[in-house]
Design a protein around this ligand. Structure first.
Ligand code: ZN
Length: 265
């Protein structure tokens, strides 16, 4: 079973920017075309020019309608004093299956005490936390560094972390963080296709080989990226890293199923 661990949808067709079709039907079509069974869709409690807010309620409603295809992650803004209560509501009442933190779009580092508290709440509910780490606009790059996730993990050692975009320009730091913290997984969207075919491809393959198939997770970042194309690029890179088809199955779905509490072996 292939699971895309990083997708977005929006109630407005241009909710993720005028260049992208953010509708649910477009996601389901892309999944069917690529042979993807399930996808994680993320709420986005963010305040940046290029995407509109995606509420937990909207994500929960869509996931309930498509419960055999979609898995919803909650978003709250760590800068909002009410965020801990909102997260408890999203997990306990709306039934969302994880937390998404977005230092790049929320401007607050993963090891800030306000994020630590949210990760403690998610971990107490036994759900994973996805944390963005690519290094891009608009907030200071310092708050987006993978090393902040190491500092977060030291404060919440049981937290299960999906590092979105595998550290981006700092993918070697992301490798170091995953080696240092047993519950950190690198989700490959954007960064894998970004560096494939560049002078840095060998270095990225080094990261894949060093970490191995049990700590890597496939994601596409649909609709900003084409799901079928990213899946093929990911398969090609896993092949170049020497992964067998059985190894690839862990990256393409089994690891994230385990993180969501469905034991795979
Ligand atoms: Zn994304």
């Amino acid at each position: 079973m292939i699971i895309d661990a990083h997708t977005h949808i929006h109630q407005d067709v241009d909710g993720l920017g005028t260049k992208y079709d953010a509708r649910i039907d477009h996601l389901l079509q892309a999944m069917d075309q690529a042979g993807v069974t399930k996808a994680i869709v993320m709420a986005e409690e963010v305040d940046v020019p290029y995407i509109k807010r995606i509420s937990n309620e909207f994500v929960a409603e869509i996931c309930a309608k498509h419960e055999n295809r979609l898995i919803g992650f909650a978003s709250v803004h760590p800068g909002d004093p009410d965020a801990p209560r909102q997260l408890e509501y999203a997990l306990d009442t709306l039934g969302l299956k994880g937390l998404k933190l977005h230092p790049r779009f929320q401007g607050i580092a993963a090891d800030d005490p306000r994020c630590v508290e949210l990760v403690q709440i998610a971990t107490s509910r036994n759900v994973p936390c996805a944390v963005d780490a690519f290094l891009w606009k608009p907030y200071p790059l310092r708050v987006q560094l993978p090393l902040n996730i190491d500092s977060l993990c030291k404060q919440v050692p049981d937290a299960r972390i999906i590092m979105n975009h595998a550290g981006g320009f700092h993918f070697l730091d992301a490798l170091a963080v995953a080696i240092a913290n047993d519950h950190v997984y690198l989700e490959l969207s954007v960064t894998l296709p970004f560096f494939a075919g560049t002078p840095f491809e060998e270095q990225f393959l080094f990261v894949l080989k060093q970490l191995g198939p049990r700590r890597l997770i496939f994601g596409s970042d649909h609709p900003q990226k084409s799901l079928p194309v990213v899946l093929q690029t990911t398969r090609d890179m896993l092949g170049k890293a020497g992964f067998s088809e059985e190894d690839a199955q862990w990256v393409l779905g089994k690891n994230v199923m385990n993180l969501l509490g469905n034991e795979e072996s």
